[in-house]
Design a protein around this ligand. Sequence first.
Ligand code: EPU
Length: 420
Amino acid sequence: MESILIKGGVPLEGEVAISGAKNAVLPILAATLLTSEPCVIRRVPKLSDVKFMVQILKWLGAQVKYEGDTIRVQAKKITGAGDYDLIRKMRGSICIMGPLLGRLSKATVSLPGGCVIGARPINLHLKGFQALGARITIESGYVHASTKRLRGAALFLGGRAGSTVLGTANVMMAATLAEGVTVIESAACEPEVVDLASFLIAMGAKITGAGSPTITITGVKELHGAEHEVIPDRIEAATYAIAAAATNGEITLRGARADQMHAVLDKLKDAGACVERNGSSITIRRNGRLKPVDITTLPYAGFPTDVQAQMMVLMILTPGLSIITERIFESRFMHVSELARLGADIEIEGPSAIIKGGKPLSGAPVMASDLRASAALVLAGLAARGTTQVNRVYHLDRGYENIDGKLRQLGARIERIEET
Ligand code: EPU
């Protein structure tokens, strides 16, 4: 297994190119299963989660070709829609269920297990499929969904924590080939859902309202092949923006979408960063002293849960008291105990982390537990004095393209080594 070794204390400076969004490309790749014609997806990030999704598509019988950051997929015939265990390995792959149900009127997937950031149920996905007329049974760890023909319906997809991103994606994809009109209320408004809707529309789907809590889908008989360029990854961009503020450097995010990052950029300004927009570039630097801020994670357009851990690092470096409240996932504070190894002073009280910031951090060996927790540990290592070794880097490779290369380009002293 590989580790990342960071010698901290260097202000990061320069430009970084933002890759395609992981959470957009995964459902978009799944959506290629809705047609027998070829689809071309551009600006695909090189991530292990993408490789994994490609493996699933191939397993299902699709032909997949990589050319640089472009992927060509053609699912002429779907042959492997039987029993398989692949879903367990990657939560994102649950979104093949909607396309399979839409195209074949049946789907079997293994139930995704819990993961370190919480229980991650799929009850809302299933509720949506049921509303479209699918019969759902759960047997020996597998979910089976089947129907003669999906029928459009009005359905409410809100849950305990609000909307569901992949649930909305899944039901929207299934509904494109249903008979009649589907209206999803309390739909997720995330830009990744909008990106998926644009791809589906390019394939011939009739969708309005994506990006709002009410999405209307008028079913069509079939979809055709299409080309699509994936949106830039707002979570990756936010992570590098925080790296600039945390190391007292200056980073320009090339190809980032400031219009999809309001909550993060606004909090960075409140925390004492200067944010300059210039076309499709955003430049971040510190603007005097850091200031404590309070943050609550919420569905889009609120502050994203996927940036909570990274923002915590900035608060650790900020003198004073900051409070971060996690409202999306119940156990997304796994990074706290590892950050404490570097000298962070954080107390957890229910869904909130109380951060007493301003104490200097010093490097230590730490263990990555999930993707964003790993990013936070890297940021903390970059800001700490001395050497930090982040073990189990494979979590990072799931969602950050070439993170060590990009950070090195910004001046970080970072290298990948075999875990000792
Ligand atoms: N929920 C339910 N029932 C469901 C589905 C979700 O109760 O059927 C709950 C969840 O337990 C959670 C909340 O609803 O409390 C929101 O979960 P959501 O369904 O929106 O999460 P997701 O679609 O499974 C995607 C991203 C996550 C990101 C969340 C929230 C992908 C592949 N994953 O997950 O990304 O945190 O939306 O924005 O799109 C990451 O990139 O690190 C990551 C975890």
